[in-house]
Design a protein around this ligand. Structure first.
Ligand code: SAH
Ligand code: SF4
Length: 347
């Protein structure tokens, strides 16, 4: 009896090479196949005209190819666009395209929903559906870029999901995006953001590519962080810091510490003193994100003067700091606002 077909999106560049070798093909076919799947976005194997007809037939018998459909596109007044994608099994995720001059950054999801349950995040509040496959991540980026008529210069795993709870597939997706015949995005322009899954940070430090790392801190006080981010309680702050320092030694690269400022919660003098103590003296960069509004949470952002004070306090302590300018807030496309649902009503 024939085996059930495999989803072609489950294969990273190495997996595609193995699959073609198993079909008796020379190694250069991998580049052709990757270019059809993610570069030219072929909707089926039949249209891959420079592959031999017999190979196209063999691929179609052994693999399924199901690009996601765009269920909805929302356009922000600032040029940002948010997409709701539906995969063949009905699961939906969002991606966001953020243009800036001739550059395009695509924020993609690594899971449908998220199991980590952060208190201030719309994704976390919606629960977890399933892990995404490498090709499902790559398609979000490629299809978003096609809609803009641009190539993606940067891609960030900052949509739905915790990338390091789906480590292998996320790395596979980054490799498809990085491959010259995939999307050709430079490794340093591919960023993974983790809520602090320490085993994932350790593994990333050993990968050959120079992918960029961001870690969500949000509080350097253990009790506050446990409350805000209950899913990462088991990886304490002290261990997070030593793991990140070790990462900088191994890679020579500077990780970003993301810090969503929530008024009265993590912007108090004690909290900022703890943040300074956490971040000073090693190669990090703090990115302050005024928290974005999420239905059902009371979290609100501090006023601009307070944000500027926090940034100044960090700089004065010698900590490299930036404040993130939010894009797409009017269409709920900013950090932490992504869900798996359709817009219920146009308010
Ligand atoms: N799961 C990963 C990556 C996706 S979230 C992570 O947590 O790092 C991308 C970033 O948006 C994270 O830093 C996350 O903490 C932040 N975020 C979540 N909800 C937010 C909100 N309401 N306002 C601002 N940033 C938020
Ligand atoms: Fe998941 Fe990141 Fe949202 Fe936390 S902030 S619930 S880890 S997507």
């Amino acid at each position: 009896m024939a085996e059930a077909p495999t989803d072609i999106a489950s294969l990273d560049p190495a997996g595609l090479a193995e699959a073609l070798t198993a079909l008796g093909q020379p190694s250069f076919r991998r580049r052709q196949l990757m270019a059809w799947l993610y570069g030219r976005l072929a909707p089926d194997f039949a249209g891959m005209t420079d592959l031999p007809a017999s190979l196209r037939e063999n691929l179609a018998n052994s693999y399924t190819l199901n690009q996601p459909d765009a269920l909805e596109v929302q356009r922000s007044s600032d040029g940002t666009r948010k997409y709701l994608w539906r995969f063949a099994d009905g699961v939906t995720v969002e991606s966001v395209g953020i243009p800036s001059g001739d550059r395009l950054t695509v924020c993609f999801s690594t899971q449908a929903g998220c199991p980590m349950g952060c208190a201030f995040c719309a994704t976390g509040r919606g629960g977890f559906t399933r892990d995404l496959l490498p090709g499902e991540m790559t398609w979000q980026v490629a299809l978003t870029a096609r809609d803009f008529g641009l190539r993606a210069s940067n891609a960030v795993a900052m949509g739905q999901g915790e990338p390091f709870q789906n480590y292998d597939a996320t790395l596979g997706g980054l490799r498809l995006m990085n491959a010259p015949d995939g999307l050709g995005i430079r490794a340093r322009h591919l960023t993974v953001s983790t809520c602090g899954v320490i085993p994932g940070i350790r593994r990333l430090a050993t990968e050959p590519e120079q992918f960029t790392l961001a870690a969500s801190l949000h509080s350097a006080v253990q009790a506050t962080r446990d409350r805000l981010m209950p899913g990462v309680k088991r990886w304490p702050l002290e261990e997070l810091k030593s793991t990140l320092i070790d990462y900088t030694h191994r890679t020579g690269r500077r990780p970003t510490l993301e810090y969503a400022l929530i008024a009265g919660e993590n912007d108090t003098p004690e909290e900022i003193a703890a943040l300074v103590a956490f971040a000073r003296g090693w190669m990090s960069h703090v990115n302050l994100i005024p928290v974005n509004p999420v239905a059902g949470t009371k979290a609100s952002r501090p006023g601009d003067p307070r944000i500027a004070q926090v940034a100044a306090a960090l700089e004065a302590a010698g900590v490299e700091t930036s404040v993130r300018t939010e894009r797409g807030t009017d269409i709920d496309a900013a950090c932490g606002q992504l869900t798996q649902r359709h817009r219920v009503s146009a308010e």
